[in-house]
Design a binder for this molecule. Sequence first.
Ligand code: ATP
Ligand code: MG
Length: 363
Amino acid sequence: MKIKSLSIKNFRNYQDNSFNFDPKINVILGPNGIGKTNILEAIYVLTHGKSWKSQYDLDLINHDAEVANIKANISRENKEQDELFVGIQKGMGNRSQKTYKVNNVSKSLSTFSRSLNSVLFSPQDLEIIIGSPSKRRHFLNESLSQTDEKYAKEILKLKKIVTARNRLLKRINEGISGYNELEYWNQQLIESSNYIHEKRKIFITQINEFIGEKFSLISNSNAVAKITYDHSIASEQRLQEYKIAEIASKRTLVGAQKDDLLIELKKIDRFTDARYFASRGEQRTLVLVLKLASLKYIQQKLKIKIILLLDDIYSELDETHRSAIAEYFNENQVIITTAEKDLIPQNILSNSRMLNLEKKRVI
Ligand SMILES: Nc1ncnc2c1ncn2[C@@H]1O[C@H](COP(=O)(O)OP(=O)(O)OP(=O)(O)O)[C@@H](O)[C@H]1O
Ligand SMILES: [Mg+2]
């Protein structure tokens, strides 16, 4: 899969700009703050329907505009070219409305999120190791939503179930509603969580072997990495156990929205939590390995090569890490951003298309 061109209107700091990409390596060059990451973010929105950076879609719209558009032409092996479109329109308060189209036909988010496949590598990925559990769930969702439409739907459904349940818990807490009114939402929570657990379990089992081997290889040591799924079961029994706590806190305390991953490293004879015991360098290696695992999983599932988005990673990675990524440059389309040309190895530069943003009037 390749992205041929991208047009963005009123997206972040862009007014109306178009970019053509080489089927192989592309380097987006420009000083800090010019809009390099914003281009990758637009491609990310075409992949996932939303950004990894902002809680509100509204942030994606240029401060001086009401509507933002992202358009791209995509080619897949043995398939007609597709035109993808995401429109974001300002609403009331923090609200906004999004529309998704493939070849001018409207799509739901879960269908749309299978239209373009990419994996993003960014310095903020370190959050997967050191950040809150939501960052680790996001890592799981990024891989699974691209390969499994039902999973993507179920994640959206779970979000609605939890919101509705929390609203009702608040009413129960205030004495306006009775606990039996939760029955319907309890069943929904159990069903949805069970489905998501099942899929996450399979994903984690599949990537674990790769993670173990790749970590030792890249770190050039006997250290072993592994991830363990810490899932929050939603069952009648657990909901009973948490009944009082849930009413008191007005929040849903069990279910897949509370899942986490334990990411561990074994140096000599014991596994320790990478969040607290791994060095910063080891944490970076772990993130890289997790992302490569995600890439491999998506490619195996979809049986296609997908797009690599590398946001400013050359300033952070040493030679071993760079070569671990470079092995994908022969087969995948790659889009790299950098503020300093010299950070990119010469053999990559000489084989790439350069998009120099300094030469382009962005605003
Ligand atoms: N909604 C918005 N409207 C207008 N400008 C915005 C909006 N959101 C972000 N920006 C601006 O976009 C600019 C470019 O951001 P971006 O993160 O893409 O820069 P960058 O080239 O990746 O920089 P760096 O090299 O520092 O990573 C920022 O200066 C930011 O203020
Ligand atoms: Mg940037």
